[in-house]
Design a protein around this ligand. Sequence first.
Ligand code: ATP
Ligand code: MG
Length: 237
Amino acid sequence: MEEADFLVDIGPKAGIHGGAIVQACSVKEVLAGDSITAKYLNGKLKIEIPSIRRKGNGKFLELKGATGNNLKNTDLKIPLGVFTCITGVSGSGKSSLINHTLYPILNAHFFNGVKKPLPYKSIKGLEHLDKVIEIDQSPIGRTPRSNPATYTGIFSEIRELYAITNEAKIRGYKAGRFSFNVSGRRCETCKGGGLRVMERNFLPDVYVEGETCQGKDTTVKRLRSDTKEKTSMIFWK
Ligand SMILES: Nc1ncnc2c1ncn2[C@@H]1O[C@H](COP(=O)(O)OP(=O)(O)OP(=O)(O)O)[C@@H](O)[C@H]1O
Ligand SMILES: [Mg+2]
């Protein structure tokens, strides 16, 4: 933001609390002002790093000597039992290291995957894992009904969570009612899929947004990423 010639700050907050042009001016003028953006830019407000962190289980997955593409004999040590995120500027080598080196190694080890990993020296700690799951933007199933949440089982937890709310208890709704595979609560036009199937003669089916809920009745759309390439790995044990 500080490198911009001109800054249009839209907000001040999200959703119904936004929608206004807070400022449209030079960065200098923004910094001199009292907007939320200014406060974060000049350090008056900041997002603290949480003081309590999950410790992990003390075990690690260690990849050594990765040299694929631009990787310079890179070593990687991923703590297990915690959520780990790989970050870096575009072109720094995240995909080379994770998608094209680590993932094929794990996929070959656990599932006899045949894709050859980019060159590396050694891998340690496989015994601490029991599987690898690659999540990318391609649909998991053939229909919009399956999504990363149903696939990983997280959606069952979400349904349980809905069922223990006071509103659900008063109405006697059990977890099953919050499935979009069950009629009743869901939008019956799209049958909870957010999308409707249009069958076409001799051509593949197409999916269109339902006219009743316009795709709102679904977790699918929010969970399915339509960005360039988003891959996450989940390590389990
Ligand atoms: N198949 C390939 N052949 C040759 N060079 C490649 C190949 N794929 C990637 N590279 C190069 O390797 C470097 C790292 O690319 P990589 O895709 O791993 O980066 P990244 O961190 O995943 O970037 P992004 O954030 O854009 O996804 C880049 O310089 C890229 O041009
Ligand atoms: Mg990448």
